[in-house]
Design a protein around this ligand. Structure first.
Ligand code: URA
Length: 232
């Protein structure tokens, strides 16, 4: 990739503005100042600008433990700030997209990447990629409710959910694994069995786990985790 294209993508600016930056300031590739904006960069190159160092990678993968009251979109909505404000100091935040939004009041694992091949694989309904949630509910589930959730319930007028898996953890607290992604899906599924979600937290997407990542914190995926996604 050309260095001006990389910088334009990185800072969400035009190639023309990236060229202007070249005229005004020094950009270094592997600590050597470069003056040609059409210079090609490679994956192993280290690009630096003032004190900031950028690594040009083909793909970026990030997970965030999303706090409550942030909206899963690039811009703020209503009075809720965007989750991109939480990852504001991640240098490649402009390059990555959210895979499976979480509601404003939901916390937990939010995955971002710029790898469209993997995004398409993940959201392919035939793949049945499971997502795991911790759910605090308004009353305990009956055997019948569990059976319904694990077979199907109707949401959105006529959509029959794919079989979910329910694990009872303790009083009014369950773990729910679902295969598909529909808007407000878990809230609607619990409503379908006359229950209500009081708190919702995503802990896992496929083999990607939030583990001990604290709320508000983010990290890049390890190579092992990326391999899981690549081998989907
Ligand atoms: N289901 C919901 O109802 N909300 C979420 O944020 C995710 C799944």
């Amino acid at each position: 990739m050309r260095i001006d294209k990389f910088l334009a993508n990185l800072w969400l600016i035009t190639r023309k503005d990236a060229k202007k930056i070249f005229k005004l300031w020094n950009i270094f590739i592997n600590w050597e100042a470069i003056f040609n904006e059409s210079q090609k960069i490679n994956f192993w190159d280290e690009i630096s600008f003032f004190d900031e160092i950028f690594n040009y990678k083909e793909n970026y993968f990030l997970i965030l433990n999303k706090p409550v009251d942030f909206v899963s979109s690039r811009v703020s909505e209503w009075w809720y700030p965007s989750v991109y404000d939480v990852i504001f100091d991640y240098p490649y935040q402009n390059l990555i997209e959210i895979v499976w939004r979480l509601d404003v009041d939901t916390t937990g694992l939010l995955l971002f990447t710029n790898n469209w091949k993997i995004i398409h694989k993940l959201i392919n309904p035939k793949k049945n990629i499971f997502k795991k949630y911790l759910v605090k509910i308004s009353k305990n589930l009956s055997e019948k409710d569990i059976e319904k959730l694990e077979t199907w319930v109707i949401i959105d007028w006529n959509y029959r959910t794919k079989p979910a898996k329910v694990n009872i953890l303790w009083e009014k607290k369950i773990e729910l694994l679902i295969q598909e992604w529909k808007f407000h899906q878990i809230k609607k599924m619990l409503l379908a069995v006359e229950n209500e979600v009081l708190e919702l937290h995503r802990t896992q997407i496929w083999e990607i786990k939030i583990w001990n990542l604290e709320i508000w914190k983010y990290r890049e995926l390890s190579q092992e985790e990326i391999n899981y996604l690549e081998n989907l």
